[in-house]
Design a protein. Sequence first.
Length: 225
Amino acid sequence: MRNAKLGPMTMAMGMAFAPATMAAIDLQITEAYTGLSGEDGTPDWIEVTNFGDMDADTGNYWYDDNGPNIADGGNLDSFVLGQGESAVFLLDTAPADDVTYTTAIEEFTAIWGSITNLGHTNGGGNLGQGSDNANLMLGDGTVFDSLEYASGGNLETFENLNDTVQLSVDGVNGAYESAPFFNDNLSLPNDTATLIGSPGVVPEPASILLLCSGAVAVLARRRQL
């Protein structure tokens, strides 16, 4: 019996077809800041990263906290994220200190420095300092991704890598120390607080490959498209 062989045209078609069938959008909430007791420094925020191999428009997604409910959710500002790109969304557009800062964006930048893709949600509620979760939803209310934590109000942000939620550590996974700001409610030296986090910092390429290996990563996180 002869071994069947694929002709060059058939092989080319198969190779061209395979990547298309594996292409997927895989947005994940990779970081969240839940505020402090007393002065927060910035509004609560979430970071969204695209681990898929298709561009994703964040304007097609909504945020809501514990619930979640699309009617109470807030639409994300529109950023087209390529693979491995992130955007940060402030959950409250009113700055904590509207005397010093004109906008929440200005306030955030003063604390964390300038980052690419910094926007807002237009609702969805702030994150609680007790147990809560941040949810990323499609327009029909389907939860696309979620970051859940047991307690908040920390000087460190929550980061979510490999489905493990943990507090950020200075110098690890791109985390760094923010600029200092006044907080007289935490008994800190000189009533000065600094935060630890990595807003807008893209994970290392090795992490992207581990988290996103085609459709496997999507199935592992049990997304519903």
